[in-house]
Write a protein that binds this ligand. Structure first.
Ligand code: NAD
Length: 493
């Protein structure tokens, strides 16, 4: 099979970035990180000890003392260099994403683009939105001024599915606004962040301690919230963990942006332009192998569009080429791990057990060249009812459930009441009135109109509603207010 790019060799035991140096962890608890396309370990991930996490936080706290005083015009220059580094190593970092996550190289390149877009936006907000304001002569001889100040150390905790893009929703903003960070990548896909941080540290030359990286799981994350020097946490991951993080942050009085899981509904109206909708729906459900918080999960067919929609959806999905994301022509990579595959298989079996009709069976897929890879093809269920667990629980894999609705009202009711998630909902229609109704009444943070993955560009906030989000301020541009505090000065001379 022709490979589009060559994967790198083994990455060895990952290190921690503390005070600008890469150091070995003394932890004996180590877990393998995989290349899911071939089912082989490509790195060893140490689960940091409490003292090691503390040292990273202290490193960030020390760096903050001088970083906060660096003029914003100079901090921005670091970000320009960071942007250059990411562009220069675009191909190399895309390869590492595919190697550790499994998504196709094209998808990794898309992730890199969104990562860089966040650096661009952080640069622009540093000049525009971080300004305060002044009211001259608010009273006789009295002026009043509000300034935005950085706060200190922030912990950045990420999920496995976008190992560089999700951290980029926060890191460049925190740093350019004068804060310092300790980043904890997913223990499943830590290699891209390790590689990116290495390049950034070498080429951008942040003062030691501005950017720190640690590895591990629950204990590391909890330490990163409880530590006295930590002012806040950004978390993106599954809802049960998100809820516990939000609770812990509240208990310890820390700021928190907490994005949780999803179960997104895609509505197709009878007047939808199916030639446009079908490829878009396929990519929504099966892009990134369904492991995307904005992926379609439930397909709501309204009225008589059902039969044609399901037939064409199933036929297009069945043609997707599943395989190693490095190989030419592959459109869908493996799922991220053996454990994830088992979990998704459990959902498929539960769907069958509940009486959902299987239209395509992803369990049958075979990728002959890579017998140890964690592959699953697209699975589509039809005749799913709102009571079935397969329509309620987050699967986070290449599984679609089709439900019927009589009309738009019923579809909206299903979205708002069927699950308690509210990350994204999409409508395919040629009616402006239906689209307007939909965007106004649907209780989700991101709405798509004839768009299968309504991902907000970096200059817009990235949030969600209900169990998909905990907090007030969202990711991306909204973090300007999260990473700064407001101070008011009243003066009389
Ligand atoms: P996860 O919740 O298992 O892990 C996320 C992070 O939390 C990891 O860094 C992990 O080490 C850490 N963690 C795991 N268990 C923990 C615990 N008990 N206490 C403290 N920290 C813990 O999520 P995942 O499987 O890596 O990612 C997939 C999930 O992320 C899906 O639910 C998906 O919908 C969600 N997600 C949401 C968004 C969004 O913006 N809403 C974006 C991407 C992914």
């Amino acid at each position: 099979m022709a490979q589009l790019m060559k994967p790198l060799a083994n990455h060895g035991k990952l290190k921690f970035l503390v005070r600008g140096k890469w150091i070995d962890s003394e932890s004996e608890e180590v877990q393998g990180a995989f290349n899911p396309a071939i089912g082989k370990v490509i790195a060893q991930v140490p689960f940091g000890l409490g003292e090691e996490v503390d040292r990273a936080v202290e490193s960030a706290a020390e760096a903050f003392e001088s970083w906060r005083d660096v003029p914003v015009t100079d901090r921005v220059k670091y970000l320009f260099r960071m942007r250059d580094t990411l562009e220069r190593h675009f191909a190399e970092l895309s390869i590492v994403i595919t190697q550790n996550h499994g998504k196709t190289i094209k998808e990794s390149e898309g992730e890199m683009r969104r990562t860089i877009e966040n650096v661009d936006t952080a640069i622009s907000v540093a000049y525009t939105l971080s300004k305060g304001n002044t009211l001259d002569q608010i009273a006789p001889e009295i002026d009043e001024m509000m300034i935005k100040e950085p706060l200190g150390v922030f912990s950045i905790v990420s999920p496995f599915n976008f190992p560089l893009m999700v951290p980029s929703w926060f890191i460049p903003y925190a740093i350019v606004l004068g804060d310092t960070v300790v980043v904890k990548p997913s223990e499943i896909t830590p290699v891209p962040m390790q590689q990116a941080a290495k390049l950034i540290q070498e080429e951008v030359g942040f003062p030691p301690g501005v950017l720190n990286v640690v590895h591990g799981g629950r204990q590391v994350v909890e330490r990163l919230i409880k530590h006295n020097e930590v002012k806040g946490v950004t978390f993106v991951g599954s809802t049960p963990v998100a809820r516990s993080i939000y609770k812990l942050a509240g208990e310890y009085g820390k700021r928190a942006i907490v994005n949780g899981g999803a179960k997104n509904c895609i509505v197709v109206m009878p007047d939808a332009e199916l030639n446009h909708a079908i490829p878009s729906v396929v990519s929504s459900f099966f892009g990134n192998t369904g492991q995307r918080c904005l992926a379609g999960a439930n397909l709501l067919a309204v009225g008589d569009v059902h039969d044609e929609l399901v037939n064409r959806f199933a036929s297009a999905a069945s043609r997707l080429k599943v395989g190693n994301g490095f190989d030419e022509g592959v459109e869908m990579g493996p799922v991220v791990s053996g454990k994830a595959k088992e979990r998704i298989l459990g959902h498929i079996e539960a769907g069958i057990g509940e009486g959902a009709k299987q239209v395509t069976d992803g369990r049958r897929v075979k990728v002959i060249d890579y017998p140890d890879g964690f592959y699953l093809g697209p699975t589509i269920f039809d005749d799913v009812s709102p009571e079935m667990k397969i329509s309620k629980d987050e699967v986070f894999g290449p599984v679609a459930s089709t439900l019927r609705s009589e009309n738009l009202d019923e579809a909206i009711e299903l979205i708002n009441k069927g699950t308690n998630y509210g990350n994204m909902a999409t409508i395919y229609t040629s009616s402006g009135r239906a689209a307007r109704e939909f965007r106004r009444r649907v209780d989700a943070g991101n709405i798509g109109i004839n768009i299968g993955v309504a991902a907000p560009a970096a200059y817009f906030p990235f949030g969600g509603k209900r169990d998909s989000f905990f907090g007030v301020l969202h990711a991306q541009v909204d973090t300007v207010d999260f990473f700064t505090d407001k101070k008011v000065i009243v003066s009389k001379w």
